[in-house]
Ligand binder design. Structure first.
Ligand code: ATP
Length: 268
């Protein structure tokens, strides 16, 4: 039995313009991942090593995964995505093997990005019971071994994401590992306008739909919540009539009333 389903190689098709707001994080990702890819000679000449590991920190539904896919698409990198908890296997030794083969696959398909979502999930069993070395410890050590062994010419960048930075093992944050921290924030009003525009791109809307008003009415909502609101608005229009040709403001108001904003207090 293998520790996890074979991690699929993707070539994502997400453009920067598909991500609303998050201006600063986009810039940071471009500089850390796109530039070394597009201008390797400049980095070599000036003698600066591009970072091996980046850690995105922020509440759920705020485009961490979306931006990791966007930077992979825009820099034309292969993309391997794993959720932290997926790395556990009850079979002794299988979990470490899974981590090793993940990095081997990334090197074989370089240039590539490995994306660890919910990296905090690795810490759960750290310092386990009965003085045994827990699976969590072993997975974590193997991850550190792989990170430390990544050579620059391997062309592999590791991006991790978490909404629980307090649960991250500090060993992961040491220099040469996940030493570049990117803070992802809830969208502000202007960001929410951008996000609404992105999600209504393919939706016929009536003239009374005001994106500005929608942004004003959705203080505290995440990007994922806004996507849901747009979906609910479209459904509300269809519920009204199968003959309907446009989604109007009242449908968006219904959408907003149906979607409760993600409670992010815990994460901020
Ligand atoms: P999690 O911590 O739950 O993995 P996340 O921060 O990785 O959350 P995503 O999975 O990237 O969030 O967001 C979920 C979906 O919400 C995205 O696929 C996208 O459709 C929408 N979304 C979130 N933020 C934005 C944004 N800034 N612009 C456009 N769409 C967004």
């Amino acid at each position: 039995p293998s520790a996890m389903r074979e991690v699929m190689l993707e070539l994502p098709k997400v453009r920067w313009e598909d991500v609303g707001g998050q201006k600063k994080v986009k810039e940071q990702l471009k500089e850390a991942v796109e530039w070394p890819q597009l201008h390797p000679d400049s980095f070599k000449r000036i003698g600066v090593r591009p970072p091996r590991g980046l850690l995105m920190i922020g509440p759920p539904g705020c485009s961490k995964t979306l931006m990791a896919r966007a930077v992979a698409s825009e820099a034309k990198l292969n993309f391997l995505a794993v959720k932290g908890p997926e790395l556990f296997s009850k079979w002794v030794g299988e979990s470490e093997k899974a981590v090793r083969s993940l990095f081997a696959k990334a090197r074989a398909n370089s240039p590539a990005i490995i994306f660890f979502d919910e990296i905090d999930g690795l810490a759960v069993t750290r310092g386990g019971e009965n003085d045994c070395i827990s699976v969590g410890d072993r997975v974590l050590s193997q991850l550190l071994v792989e990170m430390d062994g990544l050579e620059q010419r391997a062309g592999v960048t590791v991006i991790a994401a978490t909404n629980r930075p307090d649960k991250i093992d500090p060993a992961l944050l040491r220099p040469g590992r996940f030493d570049r921290l990117l803070s992802v924030q809830l969208p502000d009003e202007t960001d929410r306008e951008d996000i609404f525009r992105i999600h209504v791109r393919n939706m016929p809307c009536s003239n009374d739909v005001s994106i500005k008003d929608l942004a004003r009415l959705t203080n505290g909502y995440t990007g994922a919540d806004i996507r849901l609101i747009c979906r609910e608005a479209a459904l509300a229009a269809i519920e009204e009539s199968f003959e309907i040709t446009e989604v109007s403001m009242k449908h968006f108001e219904i959408g907003i009333s149906r979607v409760r904003p993600t409670d992010v207090r815990f994460y901020l």
